[in-house]
Design a protein around this ligand. Sequence first.
Ligand code: ATP
Length: 516
Amino acid sequence: MAQEDVFKKLVAHCKEYGFVFPSSEIYDGLGAVYDYGQHGVELKNNIKKYWWDSMVLLHENVVGIDSAIFMHPTIWKASGHVDAFNDPLIDNKDSKKRYRADVLIEEYLGKLEDKAQKEVDKARKRFGESFDEQMFRQTNGRVQEIMSQHDAVHTRFAKALNDADFEEIRQIIIDCEIVCPISGTKNWTDVRQFNLMFSTEMGSTSDGALKVYLRPETAQGIFVNYLNVQKTGRMKIPFGIAQIGKAFRNEIVARQFIFRMREFEQMEMQFFVRPGSELDWFKTWKATRLSWHKALGFGDENYRFHEHEKLAHYANAAVDIEYRFPFGFKEVEGIHSRTNFDLSQHQQFSGKKIQYFDPELNESYVPYVVETSIGVDRMFLQIVSAAYCEEELVSEGKKDTRVVLKFPAALAPVKLAVLPLVKKDGLPEKAREIINSLKFDFNCQYDEKDSIGKRYRRQDAIGTPFCVTVDHQTPEDNTVTIRYRDTMLQERVPIDQLHDIISEKVSLKSLFAKIV
Ligand code: ATP
């Protein structure tokens, strides 16, 4: 099945099974804003717990905060967001559709990379075991031709972005003959800058009202609390502050479901370090964060690092962790070495001294910062994309299919379903008893409707790792069958062992053990 079809099915599945709904749906929705349903919110909470605990429990020197969304507007002046939080946009005059000019070029470069990769894959098939990819890439004429075209555009693009040269960005689009996917034409407007911050007014009269912004990132709430946390927590450098919270960006092009939203949630950690040590910490956090992703078991080959073409105004190193979504490799997380830019700016704009006295060096300095920043919603989409599976089965001699979400058990919204085989003979009561003994530790569902096969399918579709069936043998010997989602194997176990079996499998501990 084409990857685009898989993605369409996945979006429909998220709606049908209570994961994600379009916002304000009965009023025909609101662009790029979504609501999470009964299963979505559980998955989202589990993702947040996986991140939060990996930061705050696993690191003695990382603590959390929860800062307000509204902040003093000067913060956004100091951080550079009022002047520089822009995206370059371009319109196609025929379709009247608006695009991000940088994204059009990045997609063009991605297509060239795919083209070269296809040549490599073809050759690998031809040569089999003895294939040497590096050698092939260095010597094959076709691949060389594609990659030199790629590198030339890439160099021009990186320079244009760094120089904020919008005429050149437009010229690259023209020279590469990039067409609008809707109209198919090259009839482009000029490239313009567009500020992504939402603003509103705080206060009762329009005269005295203060223009405030909805935060476009959670990081600034951490920076402006640096002194509070350092002093009250008696934190010693290096140390980190973690935060999970909503962020808002008036994205020019909001497509691909919850990949790019106008209201979303971020999980950010700012790590304060001694000046000069930031690039070592950058390397350390790069490795730690990649292993956090890989621990989920979705295949190491589906992740890669992407170095930034253009460093943000505050950064001296930046990398993205990309995942292979059904629509290609895309950013899930950014890791940035933000220098001492933000704290220095706040020091200057607020007039307050924001420094650290380092007892080992016997001197004061403005700490440097390494940031890890990941979107909860994008991580949600990554996990659902990776977990979504359509399987052909043969049951009782007949062909069948099932859709199953193979979530890591620790993240699954519902941990177990308890299913009485029939609605009588005391089996429902027994099932309720089991739920009552387990519900304080695990999210359980009770289901007695339809055949047992249909009930298994419903649980597969929401990714429940364990189905516990209560049958006529249960009242006799206090045993049940436990059916495992991925293998569909069943085993008979005593009821009093259920807690231990399940808790071992759904614990986050097994994931944490894999993080470096
Ligand atoms: P992009 O290049 O995709 O616009 P970005 O580089 O601007 O993203 P950052 O500012 O580094 O993103 O934000 C950190 C993380 O926040 C991203 O890696 C992503 O997971 C998430 N994020 C950013 N913008 C959005 C959005 N509009 N919708 C959902 N998640 C987002």
